[in-house]
Design a protein around this ligand. Structure first.
Ligand SMILES: *Cc1c(COP(=O)(O)O)cnc(C)c1O
Length: 360
């Protein structure tokens, strides 16, 4: 069975060596030495300063909202994983959807501007499939309106240019280190803050608001990363170069064969940043063609995913319908193709063949 993604498992001996350290120390959670080591290593690898490790990407979002004092309305994208919207609702914030750009699949900056009002406290864009948003325009808008900017960068691990990592834009960015993401800690996540004081505040909040022995400063939550998660992270991080090279190879094979097909559309990539080859989304002309291709591949035990479906503005539990025609249309026509380092070229060729046959 070939799924859209496959969890990367590092060299078992490397992981085992970290686990041996954990058993030697007997310290398995609560700001342990491996969590601290992973935090330092990630800061170096990603070229960022204030990175807090947490237990998953969804809680990373929720803690970021709390630290930055979000309230009332938050402008976000309808084209993302459900956690982008549900995390807002969980924190009693109101998602306001700005439609996406049909080429980049990221939030449309013009639409964002139109949705800002006196109750807007923040903008929450997503670098969808690792494609960088128009970060500088979004920063200007947020500064002009004195509102916060938080990027859901769950797909954007190691997206950068010569000068900066994508995570250095906005007031904060969050990463997910779930097993399905390109870098993972089994489950896990991180918040990257612009300001040191926000980092300090997050450190307090993720550990029940406890600031010292017998001292509780504020209402907190528990979303600490544990030592076994950090062990997996350190082992995977040490192999990131090989992971990235292999993914690039697989990605390029799809790209070279599908890019010239006139009835297929690929995501337009922001040329100001490098990509991380995390996903390979393909857009077809009609829903029917999309479903036919999906059915045909499923018969061969190949499972591309409709990422993302439904458009988040159409979630049943939202009050009131906010139309986003571009996103609502895109979700019916998009498939993410299987993409992982050891995907066999012969399987890729089968996938490409089914697609080409159905799109002539
Ligand atoms: C994976 C993902 C999340 C949630 O991360 P978890 O670590 O699974 O909680 C949030 N946003 C986006 C865009 C994601 O893809």
């Amino acid at each position: 069975m070939i799924n859209v993604t496959k969890t990367y498992l590092p060299d078992k001996r490397k992981y085992q060596a970290y686990v041996d350290k954990i058993f030697d120390s007997g310290w398995i959670t609560n700001n342990g030495s491996l969590v601290n080591e992973l935090e330092r290593e990630l800061c170096r690898f990603l070229n960022v300063k204030h990175l807090v490790l947490v237990s998953n990407g969804t809680l990373a979002l929720q803690v970021a909202y709390k630290v930055l004092g979000l309230k009332n309305e938050v402008i976000t994208t309808p084209f993302s994983f459900v956690a982008t919207t549900s995390s807002l609702l969980w924190e009693h914030l109101t998602p306001v959807f700005a439609d996406i750009n049909p080429d980049s699949f990221n939030i449309d900056v013009q639409q964002v501007v139109q949705k800002i009002n006196s109750t807007t406290s923040a903008i929450l864009p997503v670098h969808v499939f690792g494609n960088a948003c128009e970060v500088e325009e979004l920063e200007k808008i947020c500064t002009a309106h004195n509102i916060k900017l938080i990027f859901d960068a769950a797909h954007a691990f190691d997206v950068k240019n010569e000068k900066r990592n994508i995570l250095s834009y906005g007031d904060a960015s969050i990463l997910s280190f779930h097993a399905t993401k390109i870098f993972h800690t089994i489950e896990g996540g991180a918040i990257i803050f612009k300001r040191k004081e926000d980092y300090d505040r997050a450190k307090l909040l993720i550990n029940f608001g406890i600031s010292g022995y017998d001292k509780v400063d504020t209402v907190g939550i528990n979303c600490k990363m544990n030592e076994f998660q950090a062990a997996m992270g350190l082992a995977v991080l040490s192999e990131m170069k090989e992971i990235a090279d292999k993914r690039k190879e697989v990605w390029m094979r799809y790209y070279n064969r599908l890019q010239s097909q006139s009835k297929i559309k690929l995501q337009s990539i922001n040329p100001d940043f490098c990509m991380n080859y995390a996903y390979f989304p393909v857009v077809f002309q009609q829903e029917e063609i999309t479903l036919n291709i999906q059915r045909e591949l499923n018969k061969m035990e190949i499972y591309p995913r409709r990422y993302f479906y439904p458009s988040l503005n159409k979630l049943d539990y939202l009050h009131g319908y906010q139309p986003c025609p571009v996103s609502e249309n895109l979700v019916t026509r998009i498939l993410c193709l299987p993409l992982f380092g050891d995907l066999e070229a012969s399987v890729q060729d089968q996938i490409i063949e089914v697609i080409c046959k159905n799109t002539i």
